[in-house]
Design a protein around this ligand. Structure first.
Ligand code: 5GP
Length: 176
């Protein structure tokens, strides 16, 4: 285990097994459709890469990069740093998130995708921190619920570090 990690919350093995379950469920739910998986950079990349192996559909992938206006918790709006590469007009979108915390990012990005003409937007998130929700919104597919702790790994960072850890763990308090 990395020395900056206090405790592993979700092991690599558990993440892979859950991705397989979620992938199979999405395959069933979207039978006959050609969804576009849209991952939010950068935290959702490892999760999308693992999840899509288990989605047996004729799908496409795309990426968006969004951030809070100034990065503080009190600011509720988000800025689009990188837009989609292709049109999503009349498409079924599966938005891939690393973690749903306050829910603000999710709400704004879903609105944005509908403005772009998406037919439907559903959300799959690796992690969910329900205790922190400010906006009444939930992911349609959730990997794991986590407590109100700052977590890193499997894509999630602290100052761009720890994204490459193969598990999700709680960062030691002295590290931030
Ligand atoms: P929301 O808009 O739901 O508050 O924010 C979601 C975003 O906040 C996530 O995509 C993620 O980038 C960041 N975030 C929220 N909680 C955590 C956490 O525990 N660890 C890390 N590394 N990022 C988090």
């Amino acid at each position: 285990m990395h020395p900056d990690i206090q405790e592993i919350l979700v092991s690599e093995k558990a993440i892979i097994a859950r991705c397989e379950e979620l992938g199979k469920k999405i395959t069933k739910d979207y039978e006959g459709k050609k969804p576009i998986l849209v991952a939010l950079l950068k935290g959702s990349v490892p999760f999308m890469a693992e999840l899509m192996k288990y989605i047996d559909l004729d799908l496409e992938i795309d990426f968006m990069d969004v951030s809070s206006y100034d990065g503080t918790e009190s600011v509720g709006d988000v800025r689009i740093n990188k837009d989609l590469s292709n049109s999503v007009q009349d498409d079924d979108i599966i938005l891939v998130e690393d973690i749903v915390d306050t829910g603000r990012t999710l709400k704004r990005v879903i609105e944005f995708l509908y403005q772009k003409g998406a037919k439907s937007v559903k959300v799959v998130s690796l992690l969910d921190k329900p205790d922190r929700r400010v906006v009444k919104i939930d992911a349609d597919y959730v990997g794991f619920k986590v407590p109100n702790e700052f977590v890193v790994g499997f894509g999630l960072d602290y100052n761009q570090r720890y994204r490459n850890l193969p598990y999700v763990g709680i960062l030691k308090r002295e590290c931030y």
